[in-house]
Design a protein around this ligand. Structure first.
Ligand code: SF4
Length: 179
């Protein structure tokens, strides 16, 4: 049941740079994040009650995802803000996305080890950990403490960032991402 289960949403967009494998993605930005990292890239979305955000029914997001052309989009990416605050909403949205054939990619300031199974069941990639300015690096992820977890044959493994296509692209541009 998704009735009356809402989540504060800032925006949706199509992206080619938020999946570590650079696949075309439908990105959902939620609002609300307790981590308050110094120099957060999306500081304006840390407050769940920000005027930039609208309470959206989880069911409406699920229904929208069902309309996305699987031939054009490969992944749903969850950014913010931190979807780690919205366990049941994330579970239902990621389940719908998986049933539609999309990969789910979650960015969260929480550590992988502390995430409930509902964040992992339908998820393919998790980029975890807070952004730490004193551990900033010029490759993806933006700070050294963050890890890229990928589910391979039902096992979660940590991917060496050097192997990610996003880093080959970033090397050309000399930039870095933040969650
Ligand atoms: S976890 Fe991400 S969204 Fe939250 S404060 Fe840190 S950088 Fe910003």
């Amino acid at each position: 049941m998704t009735n009356d289960l809402t989540i504060p949403i800032a925006k949706y967009e199509i992206s080619f740079i938020d999946d570590p494998y650079l696949r075309p993605s439908f990105v959902i930005y939620c609002c609300g994040c307790p981590h308050r990292c110094k120099n957060c890239q999306n500081k304006e979305l840390q407050d769940a009650t920000s005027p930039l955000c609208t309470q959206v029914q989880t069911e409406d997001i699920c229904n929208y995802i069902k309309t996305i052309d699987r031939g054009l989009i490969d992944c749903v990416v969850y950014l913010g803000g931190d979807f780690g605050l919205y366990k049941q909403q994330y579970y239902l949205i990621s389940k719908t996305a998986k049933e539609c054939g999309f990969q789910n990619i979650l960015y969260t300031g929480y550590k992988f080890e502390n995430l409930d199974y509902k964040f992992k069941k339908y998820t393919d990639i998790i980029i975890d950990g807070k952004y730490k300015e004193d551990q900033r690096q010029n490759i993806f992820p933006a700070s050294k403490n963050q890890r890229v977890w990928q589910k391979i044959s039902d096992n979660w493994v940590i991917i060496n960032p050097i192997d990610l296509p996003i880093n080959k692209e970033q090397a050309k541009q000399g930039g870095a991402n933040e969650i």
